[in-house]
Design a protein around this ligand. Structure first.
Ligand code: PEP
Ligand code: MG
Length: 591
């Protein structure tokens, strides 16, 4: 934090998108993994020989790691995907690269710097070519340099796990795998230059209760290491090196907020029922086992969405069936007899897993993602299905398939699930033969054929994050078009209503598990459409319950019917605000 002390400190303020509730104050930790830089370091002449040996040793160790990784992918995924590591291995043994690095070491430079400088030249050259294949290799080169660096220095260049005191993370953008490391308790809040409110990193921050402000232009260059920062996730404000007055004001707001939340918690054990007795199930969305306490303490009646990507994001190798089973079983056991909906891995899009090497795609959200990826990596998929089916022995597990876009895809998926169930049955292992199977309605084509899908499954869960993205054609993580990301768009509402009707006509229940499920402004609409359950970040449950308990289902239905006739999202929101105003309810909207 020395830079902080040497810098001229001027208070300034940034405004962004409020991404996750809460207010935090702390020192900035500027995190930019893409800007990987190794400082020049000289070594004494009598250490040159040793330095060359250290370099050779590091290259051998990294080669061994990569070969092991390749083997695991070969055996657990397939050979074709494993070949993605071939360029890594070639680079590690490129005679020119080794020669140049060694001659730099001989000139008195450290091994890590010599290798970094040599490879930077290649990166520079690749950047200037029109050859897409070579440009894609830049990521591989950076990966190799980083791995060699770790072997030489003994730790990674810049990682969340390096953080040893609570800080405010400031970054250009955070990936889901970055945030997967956030639950160390060392991250007080984060601020990013870009990102949208339904990007996966942001959802994770909300789940972990980490305040966040997104889309703060130039935050990662305008805020410096060690600056004192206040992140106000309620109002989307970031105060850098604030005055005493601002700090005092923020402390007072923090106190108010805590008091208000405490009052809400009194609703924990009361059912979510409208004034006229319509019961709605309120479930929790989770990603980690650690969130179970929040699920229980906020009074969730089950888990409506257990996102299962975590195991695939934090590890370098595919997870073992046993580890997956243990993780699912532990959650199901803790919640029993309440339901736990486990969604099969939804990788791709912005959730890039190192264990599934793939080529960069021009349109990742429209590409090799979710069920599409699962169906083509059948062995990897079957490992997860086996773990889920085995965990169903507790009779409270449900399985949910992401991003189903058509019948053919669903039938292929159900066939694999049947094969897995048959295998487990033949092994004599207990499982739930009636394991409920659901599909996510998050692609417009699925909503349009919801009647056909409903005949083949036991429940629907509407993923509004993707449904909005694909219906309005707006990248959910792109802050430049964040204002177009509107769950209240009448086009989206009509698809939701259509899906609810199709589910009910087929006699199956329907839930919302996207962020809209926890948005107080959407509650009346969704229950008015006939939603049976809403699933959300655990801490949102009490405020949504309060809304449900303050209105009649008739009021909600009238509102929902009117909303379907509106021409714009703004009109829909005004309609809801007016309804809240009539009931003197506005103050709850900001919760
Ligand atoms: C959704 O799309 O609404 C959803 C719940 O899934 P995810 O956010 O994980 O894509
Ligand atoms: Mg989704």
């Amino acid at each position: 934090m020395a830079t902080y002390l040497n810098k001229k400190i001027l208070p300034h303020e940034f405004t962004g998108i409020p991404g996750s509730h809460g207010i935090a104050i702390g020192h900035a930790y500027v995190y930019d993994p893409s800007n990987f830089w190794i400082e020049e370091r000289n070594i004494p002449a009598d250490e040159i020989e040793n330095e060359k040996n250290r370099f050779t040793d590091a290259i051998e160790k990294v080669t061994k790691d990569i070969k092991e990784l390749k083997y695991k992918i070969e055996t657990r995924v397939d050979e074709e995907n494993a070949r993605i590591f071939d360029p890594h291995i070639m680079l590690l043994h490129d005679p020119e690269v080794l020669k140049e690095t060694n001659s730099l070491i001989e000139s008195g430079k450290s091994a890590e710097f010599s290798f970094f400088r040599t490879t930077r030249k290649i990166i520079k050259a690749y950047k200037q070519t029109d050859d897409e294949y070579l440009r894609e290799r830049i990521v591989d080169i950076r990966d190799i340099v980083r791995r060699v660096y770790v072997k030489l220095i003994g730790k990674d260049h810049q990682l969340f796990s390096d953080i040893d005191e609570p800080v405010i993370v400031v970054a250009p953008i955070l990936t889901p795998s970055d945030t997967a490391n956030m639950h160390s308790g060392k991250i007080k809040a984060f601020v990013t230059d870009s990102g949208g409110i339904t990007s996966h990193a942001t959802i994770l921050a909300r789940a972990l209760g980490i305040p966040a402000v997104l889309s703060v232009k130039d935050a990662s260059t305008g805020i410096h290491q060690g600056d004192l920062v206040i992140v106000d996730g309620e109002n989307g404000k970031v105060y850098v090196n604030p005055s005493e007055d601002t700090i005092e004001k923020i402390h007072a707001e923090q106190k108010q907020l805590i008091k208000y939340r405490k009052a809400l918690m009194e609703l924990k054990d009361i059912p979510a029922k409208t004034i006229d007795g319509k019961r709605i199930n309120l479930y929790a969305n989770i990603e980690f086992y650690d969130e179970i306490n929040a699920v229980l303490s906020n009074g969730a009646e089950g888990i409506g969405l257990f996102r299962s990507e975590f195991h695939y994001l934090i590890n370098d190798t595919p997870p073992e069936e046993h580890d997956l089973f243990t993780s699912y079983f532990k959650v199901a056991e803790k919640l029993a007899p309440h339901p736990v909906v486990i969604r099969t891995f939804d990788l791709g899009g912005d959730k890039i897993s190192h264990i599934i090497p793939s080529k960069p795609e021009d349109n990742p959200y429209l590409g090799w993602r979710a069920i599409r990826l699962s169906l083509s990596l059948r062995d990897l998929f079957k490992v997860q299905l086996r773990a889920i089916v085995r965990a169903s022995s507790l009779r409270n597990v449900n399985i949910l398939f992401p991003m189903i876009s058509g019948i053919d895809e669903l039938e292929k998926t159900l066939k694999i699930l049947d094969e897995v169930k048959e295998e487990i049955k033949n092994e004599g292992t207990d499982y739930d033969p009636d394991l409920p199977v659901g599909v996510m309605i998050e692609v417009p084509s699925a909503a349009m054929i919801a009647d056909h899908l409903a005949k083949r499954v036991d429940f629907f869960s509407i993923g509004t994050n993707d449904l909005v993205q694909y219906t309005v054609a707006v990248d959910r993580a792109n802050d430049r078009i964040a204002d177009l990301f509107d769950p209240f768009h009448p086009g989206v509402l009509r698809l939701i209503k259509r899906s609810v009707d199709a589910a009910h006509n087929a006699g199956i229940p329907v839930a919302v598990c996207g962020e809209m499920g926890g948005d107080p402004l959407a509650t009346l609409l969704l229950i008015g459409f006939g939603m049976n359950s809403l699933s959300m970040i655990p801490s949102y449950i009490p405020s949504i319950k309060r809304i449900i308990r303050s209105f009649t289902i008739e009021q909600a239905q009238n509102l929902a019917n009117k909303a379907l006739e509106m021409e714009t999202g703004i009109q829909v929101k005004k309609l809801i605000f007016d309804e809240f105003k009539k009931m003197n309810f506005e103050s709850y909207l900001s919760l």
